[in-house]
Write a protein that binds this ligand. Structure first.
Ligand code: GLN
Length: 202
């Protein structure tokens, strides 16, 4: 259908259903992606929150690491939340031994950056590119972006300056989980990228 791009949610581990439900609610045609054939049918991919080291290992055993890397290089729009942001980072700090990422964003991301006291917290964030209304953001064992390259646009930071939302071309990443708070604006932004990608591929 004209207005509804076909988008995937990488469905190896993590909060797949929350993303799929939110995207379907926005009118997208949603595919759960576990195999290369499924990946090649979509115009955008969400990397969910969960455990980045587990998603990394599963993606390698399912033969998905190379296809996802190739799709990112070819310009596929991707939105990563939390563990998904870690998977988009060119450099992962405090990963488990041997942990890999898909990469694509010129960022260094530190896993579990908030320590034990604040494993989980909620806050209100200003995200100017999404409009004036603040975004309600839930952080769960969240990562932080410690370095962002010149091509990377910082979309939101905490009051202490810690970077928690970034964009680089069609790649979008947040340390937090808009899919659990019901704020649809990041996903809408991702769907706009998917529509633009579909137009450019048509
Ligand atoms: N701590 C997790 C990781 O390293 C991320 C947590 C999350 O996605 N909520 O992958």
């Amino acid at each position: 259908m004209a207005g509804s791009p076909r988008v995937g949610v990488l469905a190896l581990q993590g909060d797949v259903r929350e993303h799929a439900a939110l995207l379907a609610g926005l009118g997208a045609d949603v595919v759960l992606v576990r195999r290369p054939e499924e990946l090649s049918s979509v115009q955008g991919l969400v990397l969910p929150g969960g455990e980045s080291s587990v998603i990394d290992k599963l993606s390698r055993s399912f033969g998905m690491q190379e296809p996802i890397r190739a799709a990112i290089s070819a310009g596929l729009p991707v939105y990563g939340t939390c563990a998904g942001l870690i998977l988009l980072a060119d450099e992962v700090l405090d990963g488990i031994e041997g942990q890999q990422s898909f990469g694509g964003m010129d960022i260094a991301v530190r896993r579990n950056a908030f320590g034990r006291q604040s494993e989980s917290f909620e806050t209100s964030l200003s995200v100017p590119v999404l409009g004036d209304a603040p975004v309600r953001a839930t952080f769960i064992r969240a990562p932080i972006v410690e370095r962002a390259g010149v091509e990377v646009e910082v979309l939101a930071a905490l009051p202490d300056g810690g970077i928690v939302a970034v964009r680089q071309g069609p790649l979008l990443g947040t340390s937090f989980h808009p899919e659990v708070d019901g704020d649809t604006r990041f996903h809408q932004h991702f769907l706009e990228n998917a529509r633009a990608y579909r137009r450019s591929a048509a």
